[in-house]
Design a protein around this ligand. Structure first.
Ligand SMILES: [Ca+2]
Length: 269
């Protein structure tokens, strides 16, 4: 199921968004570049650069191959230009216990809690230029932690949207490639309640904590981090049952250092 919607702008330009289901009816008026005339950008970093760093946070249309999608751009975190691929508020009413198809196409509202969609994450990060992943965590006391994996990519659907992570830096724990809990997430396939691709004898996406299941994630057996369990966000050391987190974001941005060497862009993964 993929909803499409055609927007008529004031210039009579019709725009078909592939992920229109991630917009509420009032969100359309908030799309900042809806009347752009010279083609849509590849990602939020393009917008950030073209504006010389002046572009605001908010909703923008980007082009992934021939498809147009709407995304939320974070123009202020870690030097700006980030395309948000996940946002969650602890105890959100948005259900993250979803099927493979839902995680593939995205769900929620791009202006709030949402998952942009594994297919779009794959297309974004498999472009010739290499990308990096940013993780932003805010705990209930308002303390912010940040981390980056560089490079980062999501493989195609036949590879079960496997996650590939490079070197880590940041103030948060390295919960995706560190092995302190023997659950390394790097190189793991994506698992949902209807598609078990993890290394546990049961399906990690179905295991409940306080009555809420884990949701889709790149589980190992099962998790050293999981930002898609909507009641308790989990990020080794930083977001736990003892140190509750209120918000999390996952976002992507081209790796500046590798712009000029796209031929070998993914060799280090
Ligand atoms: Ca399993």
């Amino acid at each position: 199921m993929l909803l499409k919607c055609t927007i008529l702008t004031s210039t009579e330009l019709s725009i078909e968004l592939k992920n229109a289901q991630l917009l509420s009816s009032k969100d359309y008026a908030d799309i900042i570049n809806i009347e752009q005339e010279d083609g849509f950008p590849n990602d939020c970093y393009d917008i950030f650069q073209q504006s010389e760093g002046k572009a605001k946070d908010g909703l923008y249309i980007i082009q992934l191959m021939k498809d147009l999608i709407v995304v939320y751009c974070d123009m202020h975190s870690a030097e700006g230009g980030w395309t948000v691929v996940q946002h969650i508020t602890a105890n959100t009413s948005l259900d993250f216990d979803r099927t493979w198809e839902d995680y593939k196409q995205g769900f929620g509202l791009v202006n709030g809690d949402h998952w942009l969609g594994n297919e779009f994450m794959h297309r974004l990060t498999s472009k010739p230029r290499a990308y990096k992943l940013g993780i932003k965590l805010i705990d209930i006391n308002g303390e912010m932690k940040w981390g980056e994996y560089e490079p980062f990519l999501i493989e195609h659907e036949k590879a079960k949207y496997k996650i590939r992570l490079g070197l880590y830096q940041g103030t948060a724990a390295d919960a995706l490639t560190q092995n302190t809990e023997a659950y390394i997430h790097d190189n793991q396939k994506f698992t949902t309640k209807d598609s078990d691709n993890d290394n546990y004898f049961q399906n990690c996406a179905k295991i409940e904590l306080n009555g809420i299941s884990g949701g889709g994630w790149w589980y190992n057996a099962c998790a050293g981090a999981n930002l898609n369990r909507r009641n308790i966000l989990y990020w080794q050391n930083d977001c736990t049952k003892e140190n509750l987190c209120k918000y999390a974001w996952m976002m992507v941005k081209p790796n500046k250092k590798r712009d000029k060497c796209s031929n070998s862009s993914h060799d280090e993964l």
